[in-house]
Design a protein around this ligand. Structure first.
Ligand code: GLN
Length: 494
């Protein structure tokens, strides 16, 4: 079976920059691997072989001319299909967009391209990024490469699978409430949700705009740092990007955690968190302590309020954001409608799947006169408490450590009929989105069941450099991304 020519994005770019790896060979290896394995995994919605090969040839020319090809030179990139790439179909995992193709490219993709990365494919996702398993895609679920009867997590499941199965060393996802960190944890990857405002949302299809942020999957802390440094910073096309310059992470990566104060979150050891995950969080705490960090147990307040707050806010914002899909401006249009109102109703009914409809209904309800104060305003107040709780915690600590998810990957179909069970997957992740702070999943090896486990680090606002320094320490101590077991890889290739 064709394997990738380098183990991670950092090594790949180095090989290209040194002239040891021809960018076209590299891209072809990635495309071949994707073609070989994806029929069994359904992680991709489309491949852009021609565009990727053209970009690789252009990069080859630049190398020949002696130009600097950038820190991500020649590295194949998979892009979640709610992020715009000019000329690519932008489906958001939904039928409602029909054949709509984007006319422009997201700022983050542009910036990664400028750093040398080569977008090769668009990945599968839960419809409009609503979900935690990728089962809500209109194009069928993606599967976990460690065991194909399990979900890869979501909503950026296709991006996680692409990296875990080795189609590309890194990928973009999006986060509204854990959609990068949770699939990263289920697939044994590093996954970063940056500070709100550090990465431009221009070209990311809006789900809940006050929470949405593009995130990155990679095979090491350095991969995340390289992508973050290339992509972060003010963008005039997104007024919510922060004006302050973003501190680069790569130069700080090797500095360790000596003297850092780390709060160990007690909720990681609550009933309902499986034993292996608890043990890995303790192992991560020990590793940080051994590297010189000062650890103390702490508690995140309002724990029980986090998931309800997140779901009130994301549904409210979604109900408003998704109003633009009206059957007129983009994509699918019902054929049999005779009046305008009928056209809206029929197009939206045919175009949206059940989870998206549920969220639009819930959000419209909580925003309606009479219920607005009771639900939406209450949720906004609760969010303010979460923001303040982080400010308080980060006066005492530089980082927080805990579980990313309460359990490893679950079976396809296991939670499909129980939305609340699915929403509870976000219990440890969505607080960072509410607080706007950065957080990362760090792989913590396989359990006895052969499935990946992950631990989560959370940092202060704009604290990506410290976050990734600690992630690099844990990468050393916990062994980094677990490779796909030989048997799984062989079965997929068969
Ligand atoms: N599970 C979360 C949800 O369904 C994930 C959303 C996200 O981060 N895009 O809302």
């Amino acid at each position: 079976m064709s394997a990738l020519p380098a183990p991670n994005a950092a090594a790949w770019a180095e090989a290209v920059r040194r002239g040891d790896l021809d960018p076209l060979d590299g891209v072809r290896a990635a495309l071949a691997r994707a073609r070989q394995l994806d029929p069994g995994l359904n992680a991709l919605l489309h491949l852009d072989a021609e565009g990727a090969e053209d970009a690789a040839r252009a990069l080859r020319e630049r190398l020949r001319r002696g130009e600097d090809p950038g820190p991500l030179a020649g590295v194949p990139l998979v892009v979640k299909n709610n992020i715009a790439v000019a000329g690519w179909k932008l489906t958001c995992g939904s039928r409602i967009l029909g054949d709509f193709a984007s006319t422009f490219t997201a700022t983050v993709v542009e910036r990664l391209r400028a750093a040398g990365a080569i977008p090769i494919a668009a990945s599968n996702l839960d419809e409009f990024a609503m979900g935690a398993s990728t089962e809500n895609s209109a194009f069928g679920p993606a599967r976990n490469p460690f065991r194909t009867d399990l979900v890869p997590g979501g909503s950026s499941g296709g991006s996680a699978v692409s990296v875990a199965a080795g189609y590309a060393p890194f990928a973009l996802g999006s986060e509204t409430g854990g959609s990068v960190r949770q699939p990263a944890s289920f697939c044994g990857l590093f996954g970063l949700k940056p500070t709100y405002g550090c990465l431009s949302r221009y070209g990311l299809v809006a789900f809940a705009s006050s929470l949405d942020q593009i995130g990155v999957f990679g095979r090491g802390a350095r991969d995340l740092a390289l992508a973050f440094d290339a992509a972060a910073g003010r963008d005039r096309a997104d007024s919510t990007t922060l004006a302050e310059p973003v501190e680069p992470c790569v130069p700080q990566l090797g500095r360790g955690v000596d003297g850092m104060r780390v709060g160990l979150l007690a909720n990681s050891f609550a009933a309902g968190v499986e034993d292996t995950t608890q043990q890995r969080v303790r192992a991560a705490a020990e590793a940080l302590r051994a590297a010189g960090a000062r650890l103390a147990e702490t508690q995140f307040p309002y724990e029980e309020a986090v998931v309800p707050t997140y779901y009130l806010l994301n549904t409210a914002e979604a109900s408003s954001n998704l109003a633009r899909f009206d059957g007129i401006r983009y994509g699918l249009r019902a054929e049999d409608a005779r009046q305008l109102r009928d056209l809206y109703l029929r197009s939206r009914d045919a175009g949206f799947g059940p989870e998206v409809k549920r969220r639009i209904l819930l959000g419209t309800f909580s925003l309606s006169a009479g219920y607005y104060d009771q639900y939406f305003t209450a949720a906004l107040k609760a969010r303010t408490l979460v923001v303040r709780a982080y400010l308080d915690l980060f006066r005492k600590f530089d980082l927080l450590l805990g579980a990313t998810t309460p359990t490893p990957a679950f079976r396809l179909g296991e939670k499909s009929d129980d939305p609340v069970a699915m929403y509870l997957c976000d219990i440890f992740t969505c607080s960072a989105n509410l607080g706007g702070v950065p957080a990362v999943n760090v792989p913590a090896g396989l359990g006895a069941d052969g499935l990946p486990r992950g631990v989560q680090l959370t940092g202060r606002h704009r604290g990506e450099a410290a976050l990734l320094r600690a992630a690099a320490v844990l990468e050393q101590a916990l062994g980094g991304c677990p490779p796909l077991p030989q048997a799984a890889a062989r079965a997929l290739a068969a």
